[in-house]
Design a protein around this ligand. Sequence first.
Ligand code: ADP
Ligand code: MG
Length: 637
Amino acid sequence: MPVTNHHEILRDTFGFDSFREGQEAIITQILKGNSALAVFPTGSGKSLCYQLPALMLPGLTIVISPLIALMKDQVDFLLERSIKVARLDSTLSADETRQVYSDLKAGSLRMLYVAPERISNERFFASIENIPMSLMVIDEAHCISEWGHNFRPEYLKLAIAAQSLRVERVLALTATATLGVVEDIRREFEISPEAYVNTGFHRPNLYLAFSPTALSERIGMLTDKLANSSAGPTIVYVTLQKTAEQVGEALAAAGYPARPYHAGMKNELRAEIQDWFMASDDGIVVATIAFGMGIDKSNIRRIYHYNLPKTLENYSQEIGRAGRDGQPSHCEVLGSSEDLIVLENFIYGDTPTEESIGAFVEFILSQEETFDISIYQLSQLTDIRPLVLSTLLTYLELEGVIKFTAPFYSEYKFNYIVPQKEILAAFDEARREFLVKVFAEANRKTRWSYLNLDTAAANLGENRSRIVKAFNYLEETGKLKVGVTGLRQGMRLLQRPDADQVAQKLADKVFRNETRNIERTQMVIELLNADSCKTRAVLEYFGEDLGRPCGHCSHCETGETDRIRNAERDLDAKEQTQIERFLDQRPIGFKTPRENARFLCGIASPKLSRSRLTQNELFGALGQSPFHAVLKALEDK
Ligand code: ADP
Ligand code: MG
């Protein structure tokens, strides 16, 4: 084999002339056998830091990446360069999945991309356990830190997974990390100072302006701003989906090429809007934070925060999408105090009550040694939001109380492509009878019919596999459209500790997270109110000292700061009256003060949404009042 060094591979395989800032330092550490952390801005080439070493290291490189779309792009990029890689995610067919596993076994893959939840899958784990692994890459590594803005429970398990898989070194990658987050990542993966490379967050071509504007005047303000600056690709960030629609419509009505974008829209429409924006020289997308993750457009000229950003990490990531081509770009915040209630209510809505946590712990500890749960059903049962529930389950796993085994689907959902009568007519009598019975077990709803496999098999006294085979056949022959649903997570109960103690520990964590998240929102207010260079203040939050005023922010230009006030205040007489009315009527019965406060502030919970009590006239009656003042008033009653 000819001796190649990393410079040759950079040129010959990737077709690049030189390394970008930080890349070579990281690659050198990886090739030396050290774990490393790269904090580079989005679009600066973090992927090359593992793609290149992966070709030089003997074992497999496993890449943990949370975004399926980005994973796909990377895999295509590498396949075009004849590098043998694969991804394992929920969009692959059974055949494709089998192929990946057999390639893995044969040792023919250089890199494998997987979503983080895969690591909790025992079967997956078992099948890769004995494969020599040279490198584990953790993309969006800030997700492992509870100090970060995008904490993901599965990430907590990655350090343990790296050890069990005997991975030789780990590379953590992120575009945004505060000092606390960097510390967490370095501690988890034992990363030495030399192996931590941060290329800095300062972007001299971004002009940062802050013009907090009353909600009633904001749309007028935005159109003025748009009219008085030169056109160019623009993103307007909003908090709520309905605001995206409203502002999008208002701008379009005013003659701007503007379109809304949010997670509530159909996938095809979203893809179409994204393509339109990518190709446009003056398009305006009015979007929730769902927009931008995979956007690699170099000439975005203007970013407006119509509402306050959630955190400084969000702010920094969102403005970071402007001016990737290095040309001057304008970033302006129009959000004001009136946005705080909505932002904070998102946070309060995630905090379960102590009663809910108690019910959750009791449910888990009363299970058999092996059991399975549906996050959706457990969420209904305990009134805890699904993502929060996943976090609690992960805490229990890290405490050694439970172990995740494998996820599986418990139901088929299907539609008739050919009418049922015609399907049945094509079979002999024995098979027809069987199918008639199976179809009768299904629960027909408006869009799909649902069939629970285990229940149907038990009721019919048939083998589950016979039903599976029948459905496979009907799908393959184009008679039925079949999908799976009813995702369940298999678990093992490892020990039964004292329920009260476990619940107390979880409650402490949950309330600490709430405080931390509220503090993070407060940092946004502090930035707006800072009577000093704004760029410098943002950089300071990420542990970087600019050492001088930037000269390209509204404070440097005008020397002025438009202050906003905090959301905290006491309730007025009208609000007190609403509370009295609520206590007289008790539309949700006698609940805890926290549940009552949530209801009055218009914060939905799994149970409330399901019971349609969110339609009650008092739901959200105090939607513009600070949560803590409402909670306190209810506790004092
Ligand atoms: P990140 O993950 O940091 O957001 P990517 O790894 O996706 O960024 O890289 C962004 C773009 O930069 C890609 O199109 C990639 O091919 C290109 N790129 C990376 N390294 C180099 C380099 N050394 N020279 C030229 N282009 C590069
Ligand atoms: Mg990337």
